[in-house]
Design a protein around this ligand. Sequence first.
Ligand code: GLN
Length: 502
Amino acid sequence: MNDTIHATAAELAARIASGAQSAEEITRLHLDRIAAVDEQVNAFLAVDAERALAQARAVDVKRASGAPLAPLAGVPVAVKDLFCYQGLPTTAASRMLESWVPPYNSTVVDRLLASDLVILGKTNLDEFAMGSSTETSAFGPTRNPWDLGRIPGGSGGGSAAALAAFEAPLAIGTDTGGSIRQPASVTGTVGVKPTYGGVSRYGVIAMASSLDQPGPCARTVLDAALLHQVMAGHDPADSTSIAAPVPDVVSAARKADVKGLRIGVVRELGGEGYAPGVEARFAAAVELLASLGAEIVEVSCPHFVHAFAAYYLIMPAEVSSNLARYDGMRYGLRVGDDGLASTEQVMRASRAAGFGDEVKRRIIIGSYALSAGYYDAYYGSAQKVRTLIRTDFEAAFRQCDVLVSPATPTTAFRFGERLTDPLAMYKSDLCTIPANLAGNAAASVPIGLADEDGLPVGLQIMAPVLADDRCYLVGAAVEAGLTEQWGGPLLDRVPALKEKAR
Ligand code: GLN
């Protein structure tokens, strides 16, 4: 079977369950693909071939014994290098943690293993998940399979690129301001940020704890839903985990019906600064939703224009606090310890050497925003804006079932284009940030290629807190409608990568 790497996770699971193909063979073909193309893509920071094959063989043995299999048993998955997984370094793409091997698993990793998924390895990201392009990774950027001269989004560019390069059928991400949805948008893949607290943060390297949320990345909406189901659910080890039943995302993805649904188009997420090709594809997607029987209404969320400013105070404030632990004393890099240096000198030298520029910038901004005398003016005001964003969402959701917008203002940009202009880089997340501030669920699904550059465009679907299923319902309807128009999945059009001879 030579179409294994192009198959969906749902198809692969069905093959494994029926015995049509072994989990071991499926894993081996993905490892081969990684070996053949990842030098060009750089989606993976670590490949865990031996352990992955052993996990796959265990699934094959389980099946042969007649024991029941979990829905995604034997399907390979790639994990962002921000999740602790024993036996491999967890680097956060930083020199600071380059050789740190965690002594425990994150809850998400434990859940993947308990459901018998096969972990291929760890994917690249911006350093400590700070960025929108993977260019701040200490281990080199990931390249976008649609155009190797362009960024794959960030911070979870490695996970998104691994999907678009057919190196893995499933991947795991985290989304603090858009790091699942923005990479999904610019690589033509599907990414979902669950409701805050829906998926455990235990064992995930913290960036901004009140915003961070792990979630699924996939090539189809159903695959994302199947993975969401595995990841989500209450975890007593995470104090912000919600003790509520997981929304039935899989049934919603299968239903894919928007008839009678009220869909709000957010007026503030469009217009100036949005690429014409993005706006055109977005308008066409809204038209499709109307033709499928949804009722389209325009809604205003007046405070969304301030979301960006509030995020870039709250996030660095939490970053400055969370990253204080990397001081050369307990974890990771320790430099300057010549036996004579003071503790403070070692801390200073370790942090200077271990962190990259973007991380330092945020620690400095965050420390400033939290300092006595500025706290109320900056952090305090930003928290008030955060409340206003939440009330905007609440008002909008009294009028409609879901909200939609472009997932990103532009398509994938070229390497270096925004690296020297932090503000331009930060604006990549203009559309995605409000959902992080309010904590509600949001997804990006592919809606076509922009006319001007032939690059993928994503539709953002935002749903109320704990109504994650609506993202899947609408996402699957859009996906079904457009796949029919295109005559096949959008990712069929990714240029073929040259495979390295082995
Ligand atoms: N790009 C955004 C930032 O740099 C979001 C990052 C994220 O979601 N981890 O903060």
